[in-house]
Write a protein that binds this ligand. Structure first.
Ligand code: ZN
Length: 132
């Protein structure tokens, strides 16, 4: 019961891929500034077609704190693309309802519908520790 039409899904996948490429470009620039050729070589290998291997995980091994934010975002996108392949994209992981196209256009990596997201944020606000 996919709530997204094929063309909506196409748009979202395109957006995810564009965001991913933009992140890669930034990561590459930062690595070039740090002057480590081995890391740059890794980035020049073709991403995406290496089975289950995560480029974000490979980058995380480099342990550059400056890249952490990018790596988290790349992981989110990789996970979203995996949900697309599994046919689970756009379905709230908490309640199973549709996340909705407008919300996905704003947050292509959203895993929850707006209702569950707000509940979650309220819960963590009460506990006072915004962990994962
Ligand atoms: Zn939900």
């Amino acid at each position: 019961m996919p709530a997204l039409t094929p063309s909506q899904l196409d748009q979202l996948v395109k957006k995810l891929n564009e965001d991913y490429q933009a992140l890669l470009r930034e990561v590459r620039e930062e690595l070039e500034n740090s002057g480590n050729q081995h890391r740059i070589d890794l980035l020049n290998s073709e991403p995406g077609d290496s089975g289950d291997e995560s480029l974000a995980n490979a980058l995380a091994d480099f342990n550059l704190t400056i890249l952490d934010r990018h790596i988290d975002a790349m992981r989110d996108i990789e996970a979203a693309l995996q949900r697309v392949r599994a046919g689970e994209y756009g379905v709230c992981i908490d309640c199973g309802e549709d996340v909705g196209f407008p919300r996905l256009m704003a947050y292509p990596t959203a895993k929850r519908c707006i209702v569950c997201q707000e509940q979650r944020e309220k819960r963590y606000a009460q506990e006072g520790r915004p962990t994962l």
